[in-house]
Ligand binder design. Structure first.
Ligand SMILES: [Zn+2]
Length: 346
């Protein structure tokens, strides 16, 4: 769309008037690259806010497609996107182009893993977390610390959420505050099991976008190194101090174990039948008791003492104690991985 120069000038007027931004801040935004891995509720809200704010480049990353269940909270998508099962990265970019055509959009349909993450963060001014699993966040943390890129953690579930900003070399990184075991173990507590409210995701994503703006305009000192936890239903906000660990493997010793592992979930089609086997990497630890309890609350579950069997979105799935699974009724490895991430963990 052709716009008059004066219209382009005026579009950021109300933002430039904010003294924390000003003309200098706006100019910095016009040169910044923001990366958003995960375009669910958090990612789509922060992407819209940053596109409207006039960031130069938005790199939009997601491996999934739009589903009807997303529409309750994932504000960038509409019914047509769900009906067409469009990849979220492309649907997001298409909607954002209509909001602000001056931004350069880089949609990427891919998984976050050791083989992709460093390419995804390359050249970023800031990364805004829209992910829903701690293993992927731990990878993001390693990649951002390695390359000196500030990133804004965010998570939301049910009626609560949390947010913190990691400035490599200055504030605590994810590995400083979370023991490695928590990053490696699957967490069946998810949107699928306990749900999530739209206002919570909007609140957390807005907070993240504001932190990202501070970083992009050069006001990194004003970001929050502490973890801010909000319980929206009871209107409570708590601040948990996050301190750098003296011997942190990632931000002190600069040992990037996850990045260097370069191993990922493997899938193999099972010959002669429509089924895919999913094999997690050796570092993946399945808590079978926790998975059994969680599944029992959401789906009819068969447990023969050797494996769990249930229906994953109409696809029979079996999960073995070592974390291996077989998804029936498909020969598509990506679909099997999606179902595995949804029901077992990512
Ligand atoms: Zn650290």
């Amino acid at each position: 769309m052709v716009q008059a120069a004066s219209a382009i000038q005026s579009r950021y007027d109300r933002q430039v008037r904010v003294k924390e931004i000003g003309a200098a801040g706006q100019a910095r935004l016009a040169g910044a690259v923001a990366v958003i891995p995960g375009l669910g509720a958090l990612g789509s809200t922060s992407a819209e806010l940053l596109a409207r704010a006039g960031v130069r480049t938005l790199r939009l990353v997601d491996r999934d497609f739009v589903d009807w269940m997303n529409l309750q909270r994932q504000c960038l998508y509409d019914e047509q996107d769900a009906a067409l099962s469009l990849p979220k990265a492309h649907a997001a970019a298409a909607h954002l182009r209509r909001i602000n055509s001056q931004v350069r959009y880089e949609p990427i349909v891919d998984d976050i893993n050791p083989g992709t993450i460093e390419r995804i963060v390359a050249g970023a001014t800031v990364l805004v977390d829209g992910l829903d699993g701690f293993h992927a966040r731990a990878l993001v943390n390693e990649a951002c610390v390695k390359h000196g890129i500030p990133w804004v953690y965010g998570a939301a579930l049910a009626t609560y959420g949390s947010m913190a900003t990691v400035v490599p070399g200055v504030s605590a990184c994810l590995a400083c505050v979370m023991p490695e075991v928590a990053l490696e173990t699957t967490t069946p507590l998810s949107c699928e099991t306990v749900g999530v409210l739209g206002p919570v995701t909007s609140l957390i994503a807005s907070w993240q976008a504001n932190e990202a703006l501070k970083i992009m305009v050069g006001a990194t000192d004003s970001t929050s190194p502490d973890l801010i936890h909000v319980e929206l239903w009871s209107n409570e906000a708590i601040r948990f101090p996050a301190r750098r660990a003296d011997h942190c493997d990632v931000c002190v010793r600069r040992q990037f174990h996850l990045l260097e592992r370069r191993e990922r979930m493997m899938t193999t089609s099972l010959c002669g039948r429509a089924a895919v086997q999913v094999v997690p990497p050796p570092s993946f630890k399945l808590d079978l008791d926790l998975l059994r309890d969680t599944l029992r609350r959401t789906v009819p579950l068969e447990d023969n003492g050797h494996l769990l069997k249930f229906s994953a979105d109409e696809h029979p799935m079996v999960v073995f104690p070592d974390g291996r699974a077989i998804v029936f009724g498909t020969a598509d490895g990506k679909q099997a991985l999606r179902l595995y991430a949804k029901y077992v963990g990512a």
